[in-house]
Design a protein around this ligand. Sequence first.
Ligand SMILES: Nc1ncnc2c1ncn2[C@@H]1O[C@H](COP(=O)(O)OP(=O)(O)OP(=O)(O)O)[C@@H](O)[C@H]1O
Ligand SMILES: CCCCCCCCCCCCC/C=C/[C@@H](O)[C@H](CO)NC(=O)CCCCC
Ligand SMILES: [Ca+2]
Length: 476
Amino acid sequence: MPQKSTEAYPYAFTVSYVERAWQHRWRCSDVTFHCLEGALCQQWVQTIREQLTALTSRPKHLLVYINPYGGKQQGERIYEQKVAPLFTLASISTDVIVTEHANHARDHLRTEAELKQYDGVVCVGGDGMFSEMVHGLVSRTQRDNGVDQNSPEEKLVPCTLRIGIIPAGSTDCICYATVGINDPVTSALHIIVGDAQPMDVCSVHHNNTFLRYSVSLLGYGFYGDVLADSERKRWMGPARYDFSGFKTFLTHHYYEGTVSFLPATDILGTPRDKTRCRAGCFICQHNGQLYSEDAPEICETDPDVSDSEYKGGWRVIRGKFLAINAASMSCACPRSPKGLSPAAHLADGTTDLILVRKCSRFNFLRHLLRHTSKYDQFDMTFVEVHRVRRFRFTPRYCQSDSELDLRENGKRLFSQICRDHPACSCSPAYSSWNCDGEILPHAAIEVGVHCQLIKLFARGIEEQPVFEDLPNPCAV
Ligand SMILES: Nc1ncnc2c1ncn2[C@@H]1O[C@H](COP(=O)(O)OP(=O)(O)OP(=O)(O)O)[C@@H](O)[C@H]1O
Ligand SMILES: CCCCCCCCCCCCC/C=C/[C@@H](O)[C@H](CO)NC(=O)CCCCC
Ligand SMILES: [Ca+2]
């Protein structure tokens, strides 16, 4: 066929579409169509616009919060250069707020934002910014529906607005574990095509008082101590975690206490599975269905009994722990691409409770290093993992009010502890809970998982290899 010059086809229109690239990245590409008649060209453009407008899952108006100080402090630049042009191309209008202080986004969402006019909210920042969005949205939804967040057993009302994450933080584990890569363009495209990924949220209480929500890691011992130390070194940027991680590893503190938990017995999947939570996950769909049909019974027991036993469905384990971690999702991140609990699910209504008992420094190092290799970090005598719906932790030594006051002010009390803590020469009696990168003031906590409480503009990690175009190219 002879090639006709484009002058023979004076009318043209360009369609932008999503193309899959390497390692879960998405890119925006375009193709230009030429035609003879202006009217025909107009008809095509009109029809494509109508088809796109009819897709109700696609957002048209978004509320965007940018943290200018997250990660390497590039949030504003990333949004302006990489994300805003794509939103414009996709005819998405935005209201943008650059935050002026910590909790600005949370408080604005909780009390002021006119949420009815938006199809979703977006944060440009790290896990801390995402946590602000979750707290703002979940609290607002409960308040609007008359639900009391202070009651640990209350069933919470799911949020309708989806949350988009443009990664610009230090760890960005929520983005990594829901998209497969920390890449602002990929995340923007997932928002544009209107993806939806439900996610579990844990509520954390102390003495019938609500403390915080968690979507990724609740860690006592090692990860609590790393965070407490790294908060004092924010000026180091993302490298603070490596520095504090190494320092905390060397201190090798263990903590005594009782963990009681309600195992998730009625579900598909275990923490030792070889299968992974991926886009369209069957286990999340199945267990989510189970949860909505038949909310689990909460059994009250006195956990203060023996080293390990069953009581009314609850299991009780007492011991000396280097780390107690609850991972509601894999917690995969660039530091550990398989994550803290590689087989955990984003939306199955459970959290994986990982107990690392006191062991030698060498063995703990082997355990930590396995997070970064193909070897199983749970296949060690001093590590156990349980998939649970609820759990409680009580430190062996009661925290006094003066200790709590000091912790609120960022200090740690050693003298009191050493008096009360015969087993230690210099070890503190309490660690802190790392709750998605925030320190909790109390060591004694009660945690419950709320299945699929929030939704993200994501679809879960897609199976690889994925180098071909999307089956139905998605016009931007
Ligand atoms: N304008 C602001 N000034 C100071 N702090 C802010 C501001 N806006 C948000 N914050 C707080 O900054 C903290 C850290 O932000 P963010 O999560 O974006 O980055 P990060 O800590 O570097 O990344 P990650 O949480 O992934 O480790 C958040 O807890 C948030 O509450
Ligand atoms: C000596 C070799 C050690 C190698 C160990 C590698 C293990 C890495 C596991 C990483 C798990 C990250 C869990 C994510 C937690 C986030 O909610 C939180 C907020 O961003 N980040 C941290 O607390 C930051 C926590 C950073 C911990 C290092
Ligand atoms: Ca889960």
